[in-house]
Design a protein around this ligand. Structure first.
Ligand code: NAP
Ligand code: GLV
Length: 309
């Protein structure tokens, strides 16, 4: 009987085992590094591959990422012919959309300013504006960005979105291609990044983008730390080009104690909590993909290894 490898320094395999075994009673789940004979492994559930890579698993058919993002898998280093799937389910999508609305509304209703004023006992009346007068730009209109854009629209924001290929989403003004990003940014007082991290999107949250945004805009990065050019953000806030930022993802996590983002009055740091997929709800997807991998069928949420997402 082939076995499934579980390899993660972030996820607890014992949270996954019961709901998966319920759906697949003959499941043999082996936890790295005690996986026995590597030739038994045909599917691997992985957050980040082990340091020695996946090369020893000669019978590996599929890698099921324990996250929606797959940059941490280092796709080019994985054995050729192995298919990869991302973990995206309804719970993860809903939680992400919620976080986008929460952080966008906080800036829209000036809560960041009121929080700072409250520490100073400063009573400053700022006239609230209707949400429709605020444009939110979503970088990435995939499983997560697309769902979040729709919820932002439901809340009443004017919503724009940017993707690689042209898209149509009702009620959302869609942009695409490299120039499309700067056209969208020029309209948006709040920009949210929900892109995958690829060589094309590395460092994309940079001076050029901030200069395209209206004076006093806000940035919310929920993608990956590698999207952000950190020095450009600090300069953009110092100059007033940006009024603030919420950052959930970082190049080094946990964020080092001496990092200038901590304690910055206009930066909110959250510890990569925007959204996670729970074992209880995602077990069904994992089991479905194990069955598909063994039957040689395309996986649910299969990654295009050439595109990198
Ligand atoms: P997805 O379904 O693969 O969608 C990616 C979107 O980005 C697509 O719309 C795609 O355009 C667009 N895109 C990719 N490369 C682009 C480029 N070069 N130029 C313009 N648009 C580009 O991904 P997802 O499920 O929405 O997840 C997005 C990311 O969220 C993940 O990769 C992960 O890094 C992050 N994430 C963060 C957390 C957290 O807790 N902070 C949790 C989960 C995920 P096309 O539609 O044209 O292909
Ligand atoms: C979390 O960041 C994920 O990629 O699911």
């Amino acid at each position: 009987m082939p076995a499934v490898l579980f390899c993660s320094n972030l996820d607890d395999p014992e949270e996954w085992r019961p709901p998966m075994t319920k759906l697949m009673p003959d499941l043999e789940l082996r936890v790295y590094p005690k996986f026995g004979n590597p030739l038994d492994i045909d599917v691997a559930m992985v957050w980040r591959p082990p340091q020695e890579g996946m090369g020893q698993f000669k019978n590996l058919k599929a890698i099921l990422a324990l996250g929606a993002g797959v940059n941490q898998l280092d796709l080019p280093s994985l054995p050729k012919g192995v298919v990869v799937a991302r973990l995206v389910d309804e719970v993860l999508g809903k939680a992400m959309a919620e976080f986008c609305v929460l952080t966008a509304l906080r800036y829209h209703r000036n809560l960041d300013v009121h929080e700072r004023n409250s520490r100073l006992k400063k009573w400053e009346y700022i006239i609230p504006r209707p949400a429709a007068q605020r444009s939110v730009g979503m970088m990435g209109l995939g499983a997560l960005g697309g769902q979040a854009a729709k919820l932002l629209k439901t809340v009443g924001f004017t919503v724009c979105g940017w993707s690689r290929a042209p898209k149509k989403i009702e009620g959302v003004e869609c942009f695409s291609g490299p120039d499309g990003l700067y056209k969208m940014a020029a309209k948006c007082g709040i920009v949210i990044c929900l892109l995958p991290l690829t060589p094309e999107t590395q460092g994309i949250l940079n001076k050029k983008l901030f200069d395209a945004m209206p004076q006093g805009s806000y940035l919310i990065n929920l993608g990956r730390g590698g999207h952000l050019t950190e020095a450009d953000l600090l300069s953009a806030i110092a100059s007033g080009r940006l009024a603030g930022a919420t950052l959930d993802v970082f190049n080094t996590e946990p964020l080092p104690e001496d990092h200038p983002f901590w304690n910055h009055p206009q930066i909110t740091v959250t510890p990569h909590v925007a959204s996670t997929g729970g074992a209880d709800t995602a077990a069904q997807l994992m089991v479905e993909n194990i069955r598909r991998a063994r039957a040689g069928q395309p996986l649910v949420n299969q990654v295009d290894r050439a595109k990198g997402y």
